[in-house]
Design a protein around this ligand. Sequence first.
Ligand code: ARG
Length: 482
Amino acid sequence: MSNKMWGGRFATGPDAIMEEINASIGFDQRLFRQDIAGSIAHATMLAETGILTQEDRDAIVAGLNEVLAEIESGSFTFSRALEDIHMNVESRLREKIGDAAGRLHTARSRNDQVATDFKLYIRDTIDTLVMQVHTLQLALVTKAEDEAQTIMPGFTHLQSAQPVTFGHHLLAYVEMLGRDAGRLLDARKRLNESPLGSAALAGTPYPINRERTAEQLGFDRPTANSLDAVSDRDFILETLAAASICAMHLSRFAEEMVIWSSAQFGFVRLSDKFTTGSSIMPQKRNPDAAELVRAKIGRILGALTSLIVVMKGLPLAYSKDMQEDKEVAFDALDALSLSLAAMTGMVGDMVPNRERMRVSAAAGFSTATDIADWLVRELNIPFRDAHHITGQIVALAEQKNCGLEGLTIEDFKFIDQRIDSRIHKVLTVEASVAARQSYGGTAPANVLIQAARWKTILTGEAHDPKPLQKKKHGGHGDGGVE
Ligand code: ARG
């Protein structure tokens, strides 16, 4: 019977409410693989150190493998009364092998167990995300090579600034994503210490071998402080911070796709696969996938905010508050993974309208800086004066309602006698981008070099999610893929 004072919302009594707020099995069942791997490593170590008999260890491992198969096949029944994944697995093990199951929990606690499970899960997730980032980078690099000569307007303040190549613009995202992958791998390095054997909070009197469990689970070493080990959720926070920054980059790119694919810009056409129509306006092709990628940062950064607030002010060591880490982290990392996949699909399918971009690149007197640079270079005029003269040239073109290319040599001489006809060759957008060969500049030649550099980095690692060796490229960084 529900409580008379406040029970209207609840059909059942306080015990059921307790179960509802307390149970995590609804979401932490995702950790079953990690939980079982951790238990197998623990049981193996317990047998090696003589804390458990070899027979019990073998029965436990065989039983756990059966439980694993049941969960994988979908025949396992999860019970909310058993709270979480740890107790669900252990209880099923007991049904299968009897008393030996009760010995598995010797020298450990759910506190070190859950920290271990989640670290293993986050580690796997980082590996998958890094691979996905690399796949997206490769899609961008491939497009950048195709579009190394394609000229588009470069913007500052979203105002036409100077012409750039589309390939160069795409490679800007490759650099960002390289740092994103680097941040994720950096978090992975720091998290890779095993909490197992820290027990509830203080360690254990049993003669366990924490190096052995760490080694079996692919950790670099055991954690050095048991209180820290069961209280640490930094590894999730760091991963969510790296994920948020990556999602922010994807959001910027998604926004550009939305702008570029509008009828007014018309720079790219997104494929039918990643757009939708309108139920009322037949002409519409809405960039829904890009819009959703633009939005996902909301929940990803929300997860970081949520968990950092949960952790703030918690006394050592474990508190149940920390169970709140999982739903937000799962949701956020799923969202990032989906965003990366959607972005990779959109980039591969995106068809640029080269002519439209070129026309737009020439608008807004975008080669004015090239005139100023020419005055400096060829006539030895100080840049500040050259800037002023160029301003007058732009004003004249505006007056005559033509582009800079439309001005005659008489027009130029009217502004400044010293100018001669050689100026015409710097006025085109092609000349403008080709001239920008400084390291990191937009010239097509540079784009091809940078694309080739990234291809070498990415194809070398695409199949290897492990932290990567730093490669040397003329002293310049590899953008985090190390
Ligand atoms: N389900 C719990 C969590 O996710 C596992 C740890 C429970 N520990 C405890 N002492 N009740 O945090």
